[in-house]
Design a binder for this molecule. Structure first.
Ligand code: SAH
Length: 244
């Protein structure tokens, strides 16, 4: 069934109105018609089944027929990434959404080649919603504004497992991750890597250093590997109930 994002203010238990690009997509791109059933998600975890009742040039009027709340399950995975060049952050947000990451914390560090130009939070949220639409995830990831390394290290405090991926470390992920993990916060450096001093300050704040093997990976490769391996080890690559 085709899936669309709907603003939570535009839907209730009986009816819904699809507007803007989503209405355009339904009407012009997919050419759906009155009587057809679609799925709607509002980004809060609610998933609706709805029937198209009326279509005009601006909006699509729908009747909602059921509502289901996605259940939260499994440990929550937060991912902190040093800012990457060009479109790499956009790509990272898209992939992190597909891989079930709950929140992204972008940060700057000593060897970051880019500095934050303007607040991209809204843009990243939009990318995450698009990715949700494609992959069937009911809730986009939370995008936090860019902060610096010392601030991001403090954010780790509310998580029981804190990891820093470091190419000079030898400990493998499966040896470091405990089965009792509730909430995990992991850090990947920029293209230029972390300085030894930065790694030391992370270790002082109880981050565990982890390896992704003997090869030095590009930052974005390291990010996708880390997310995938962590999710696999935590059992988040199974066909469970619909969750974030
Ligand atoms: N410029 C550095 C490498 C940076 S790689 C150098 O040439 O030495 C970018 C980031 O990816 C690193 O900060 C680290 O977080 C992660 N990374 C890359 N390869 C890794 C590996 N083998 N093990 C753990 N982390 C790795």
């Amino acid at each position: 069934m085709r899936r669309f994002y709907i603003n939570p203010g535009n839907i209730n238990e009986t009816r819904a109105i699809l507007t803007g690009p989503e209405s355009h997509h339904l009407r012009v791109v997919l050419r759906l018609e009155a009587g057809e059933k679609i799925e709607l998600f509002d980004g809060t975890g609610a998933i609706y089944q709805a029937v198209i009742r009326d279509i005009d040039k601006k909006e699509v009027l729908l009747q909602t027929i059921s509502k289901q709340m996605a259940e939260e399950c499994g440990p929550s995975v937060h991912f902190a990434q040093a800012l990457l060049k060009g479109k790499k952050m956009d790509f990272l947000i898209q992939k992190a959404t597909e891989l079930g990451i709950e929140a992204i914390h972008p940060f700057t560090s000593l060897h970051c080649a880019v500095q934050p130009s303007y607040d991209k939070t809204k843009r990243w949220e939009k990318i995450s919603i698009e990715a949700c639409k494609q992959c069937g995830r009911p809730k986009p990831l939370s995008c936090y504004p860019v902060c610096d390394l010392s601030q991001v290290l403090k954010k780790g405090k509310s998580h029981d497992t804190k990891l820093i991926f470091w190419e000079k470390e030898k400990a493998a992920l499966d040896l470091v991750l405990q089965t009792s993990v509730q909430s995990i916060f992991m850090l990947i450096g920029p293209e230029g890597g972390f300085s030894d001093g930065e790694v030391e300050s992370a270790l002082r704040q109880n981050f565990q250093p982890v390896s992704l093997g003997r090869r030095i990976l590009r930052a974005e490769t390291a990010a996708f590997c880390a997310m995938s391996i962590v999710q696999y080890l935590l059992g988040n690559f199974t066909h469970g109930k619909k969750s974030i």
